[in-house]
Design a protein around this ligand. Structure first.
Ligand code: SF4
Length: 214
């Protein structure tokens, strides 16, 4: 059963971000998988600037797997770490071609067997493309879960995911994931969170330790 505390957080997030959604532009699971890999240590806005040309040139796993690595690098050269990222998305595409008939698999186990795809990325694909209830823990979700005591300090990413999934009703996992990301992106920033317009100050570990009475 959802605690009153958790329910208050869920209601507050719903009020703040009723329209939260995935901000990585994509038209199918292949495009989302590549976009998530490209989004490491950069913003979704930056990724969205390079993916239209990338997906025009490489519209499916087979074309990306067979592509020239230098040309793939050129397509995404505006992103940091673009050489590693080119290698990573091509490795993923090769895995899809060699083991899954050029398709994006639909289970966690199969997704994480692909080069470059970790649990977070797999959860995003499962939720976004296949509607499987999942709660991916990225840097925003991790930070907010800790601040709002939905997880404990020092918990691993996996422990945080398990605690969130225990505390939040399954039918809210996908929505809450997007809303926590929006909350972290647009209000509860890593540095200088905007606590003045936050409805959760009385629930927040960070506020208590850093801002209460200051
Ligand atoms: S009080 Fe501040 S740090 Fe805590 S959740 Fe709200 S914005 Fe984030």
């Amino acid at each position: 059963m959802t605690s009153k505390r958790t329910q208050r957080i869920l209601d507050g997030l719903e009020e703040l971000f009723p329209d939260a959604k995935c901000e990585l532009n994509h038209r199918n699971a292949y495009e989302l998988a590549a976009a998530v890999l490209l989004s490491a240590q950069t913003t979704d806005v930056s990724v969205n600037k390079v993916t239209p040309a990338l997906f025009e040139k490489y519209p499916d796993p087979a074309s990306l797997a067979a592509g020239d690595i230098h040309e793939i690098e050129q397509c995404i050269a505006r992103l940091g770490l673009y050489r590693n990222k080119a290698k990573s998305i091509q490795g993923m595409a090769k895995g899809m071609c060699e083991n899954f008939g050029g398709q994006v698999p639909q289970t966690m186990e199969e997704l994480v067997s692909l080069p470059g795809i970790g649990r977070k990325c797999a959860n995003v694909i499962l939720a976004e493309c296949y509607g499987v209830p999942s709660l991916a823990v990225d840097t925003h979700v991790y930070r907010i879960a800790g601040r709002l005591r939905l997880a404990d300090e020092g918990d691993s990413v996996l422990e945080t995911e398990k605690k969130l999934c225990r505390r939040i009703p399954k039918e809210r996992w996908i929505r809450t994931h997007h809303q926590m990301i929006f909350f972290g992106r647009y209000l509860c920033h890593a540095r200088n969170p905007e606590c003045g317009r936050c409805p959760f100050t009385d629930l927040c570990r960070y506020y208590k330790e850093n801002k209460n009475g200051k």
